[in-house]
Design a protein around this ligand. Structure first.
Ligand code: SF4
Length: 260
């Protein structure tokens, strides 16, 4: 769900170069024809969605089974594909897949079987952390990156446009429990619907300080989103913000280039 990748047309995609993850094979446990996510972020690279859902029961038939994904992944590994990272991400929120635990354990097993000493990464929007079985899987990944674009509920609603059942404070509480086991990722945007007012930055810093992740990665967008009320933040401003956040929170905060 987060990275410089186009809409994925299969359940295994890549390897593709990623600025942070290196050469990456993407595992997409979501539909290939449309986005299926519990958020509908203003800046989503997959476009706006009609299907914002924390409960994906009506869409199950469009999802590849865990067995199909693992079979395709095994084919990729057998071929000896050259890559650094295997990332669970895709056309929406990967942890929504009903067999997500099976997929995670199966992928781990295949990496071991084919002696692939790769980084196994999860990129998630944090919305399913209220489910214990998802939290318990975090330890299976070498790198877990969770989204947090806001320091208060109103900004969460405005920028991430989540499923109405999702509660910002609950999500933050679950992120807090994971603390230094995870990376946080924040996308900053300016404009009438942005998340960069000085008060919002203060609240965001307070929130990340409460979570205490291992690293906070900050990004902006790198294209125009007509009619969305958001614009990109130049890298120089992001870098300044990263330094300020690092000083104020004591956390490692890294600004990356722009995010599609
Ligand atoms: S979390 Fe946001 S950016 Fe990621 S896939 Fe969902 S809507 Fe798009």
């Amino acid at each position: 769900m987060m990275e410089r990748i186009p809409i994925l047309k299969g359940c295994i995609w890549g390897p593709m170069e990623s600025p942070r993850l290196g050469k990456t094979v993407w595992v997409n446990p979501l539909p290939v024809g449309y986005k299926l996510c519990s958020f509908n972020c203003l800046y989503c690279r997959l476009g706006a969605s009609d299907t914002v859902a924390a409960d994906i029961t009506p869409y199950l038939r469009d999802l590849p089974s865990a067995n199909k994904i693992l079979t395709e992944l095994e084919r990729t590994l057998k071929r000896g594909a050259d890559f650094d990272t295997l990332a669970l991400s895709g056309n929406g929120e990967p942890t929504l897949h009903p067999d997500f635990p099976k997929l995670v354990y199966g992928t781990r097993r295949l990496l071991k079987q084919y002696k692939q000493d790769k980084t196994f990464a999860l990129l998630s929007n944090s919305s399913t952390l209220v489910r214990r079985e998802i939290r318990e899987l975090v330890g299976e990944f070498d790198l877990s990156i969770f989204k947090l674009d806001a320091g208060r509920s109103e900004i969460f609603q405005r920028v991430n446009r989540p499923d109405p059942g999702l509660v910002f404070e609950d999500m933050v509480e679950e992120l807090r429990k994971l603390g230094s086991r995870i990376h946080l990722q924040t996308v900053f945007v300016v404009g009438p619907r942005g998340n960069m007012d000085s008060n919002d930055i203060k609240l965001w810093m307070r929130t990340i300080m409460g979570i205490k992740p291992k690293v906070v990665e900050i990004y902006s967008i790198n294209r125009e989103y007509p009619g969305m009320g958001i614009e990109m933040v130049p890298l120089v401003i992001l870098e300044e913000l990263a330094r300020k956040a690092q000083r104020n929170t004591g956390l490692e905060v890294v600004a990356y280039g722009n995010w599609k």
